[in-house]
Design a protein around this ligand. Structure first.
Ligand code: OGA
Ligand code: MN
Length: 223
C-alpha cells in the first residue's frame, strides 16, 4: 500500500491523481484535454463564493501581450480580468492545486514547467475573445494553458463557448460549454482558440504554466 501522505497529496489524493493522470494521457495523445466536472467540488465552491464577493473594481480591462494599444485590444477581446496572487484562501487553494498539477506533469511528461500565472476573467453579456494563440512558437514562454469554468446552470442558448481549433486550417473546432467545474488544458503554442459572445455573465479562470526563459540580459518572468 502506497503511503499517500508521504507523497504530499491532499485528502482526496486518489481522485486528484486520477484526474492528473487523465490530463497527462490526453495531452500526450492529442495535446489537449477537456474534462467536465473535474475541478474538486470544495475548491470550486470557494472560488465561486470568492469571485462573487469580490468588488468589480478589482477587475481591469484585459489587454493582449504585456503592453499594447487600447483599440487593438478592444477589437480582440472585451473581457475583464483580476490576477490571482494568493491573497484570498480560495486563491491560495487554487494556486496550490495548480502547483501540484505542475509537479505531476513535470514528473510524468518531463515538461519542465517552472512558473504559473492565472487570473479570473469576467465576460459580461456580449463580451468575446477572438481567435488567438496564448503563445508563439519559438518564444518559449507559455507552454501549457489551463481554463476552468465557474458558471452554474449554463444552457446551450447562453452561448459563450470556448472553441478550440486543432490547427490554423481548422474552422469548426471543438466546442466547450463553460459549465461549473469543467477543466480544459492545452499546449499553448499548438491550439488557436476563441471565446464566443455569451448571453449572460461568464466566469472563468485562465492560467499558464511557463518554462524558465531567463537569459543573462532578461529576467523571466519579467518583474
Ligand atoms: C484566455 C482564453 C478562454 C476561456 O484567457 O486566453 O482563451 O474560455 N480564455 O475563458
Ligand atoms: Mn487564450
Amino acid at each position: 500500500m502506497v503511503d499517500l501522505l508521504s507523497h504530499g497529496l491532499s485528502d482526496d489524493g486518489g481522485f486528484e491523481q486520477s484526474l492528473f493522470s487523465r490530463i497527462a494521457e490526453d495531452l500526450l495523445a492529442q495535446g489537449y484535454c477537456i474534462r467536465p466536472a473535474a475541478l474538486p467540488e470544495a475548491m470550486t465552491q470557494s472560488l465561486c463564493a470568492h469571485l462573487h464577493s469580490m468588488d468589480e473594481a478589482r477587475y481591469t480591462r484585459a489587454g493582449i501581450g504585456r503592453a499594447g494599444d487600447y483599440l487593438k485590444n478592444r477589437f480582440v477581446r472585451t473581457d475583464e480580468i483580476c490576477w490571482i496572487n494568493g491573497e484570498s484562501s480560495a486563491g491560495q487553494q487554487w494556486l496550490a492545486w495548480a502547483a501540484r498539477l505542475q509537479t505531476f506533469l513535470n514528473r510524468r511528461l518531463f515538461l519542465g514547467l517552472f512558473s504559473f500565472e492565472s487570473h479570473f476573467a469576467h465576460y459580461a453579456p456580449g463580451d468575446y475573445y477572438k481567435r488567438h494563440y496564448d503563445a508563439f512558437r519559438g518564444q518559449a514562454n507559455r507552454v501549457l494553458s489551463i481554463v476552468v469554468y465557474l458558471n452554474s446552470g449554463w444552457l446551450p442558448t447562453d452561448g459563450g463557448e470556448l472553441v478550440l481549433y486543432r490547427d490554423d486550417e481548422d474552422r469548426s473546432g471543438v466546442r466547450v460549454v463553460p459549465l461549473m467545474g469543467t477543466v480544459v488544458v492545452f499546449l499553448s503554442e499548438e491550439f488557436p482558440h476563441e471565446v464566443l459572445p455569451a448571453q449572460r455573465d461568464r466566469h472563468s479562470i485562465a492560467g499558464w504554466f511557463r518554462v524558465n526563459a531567463t537569459t543573462p540580459d532578461r529576467l523571466d518572468p519579467p518583474r
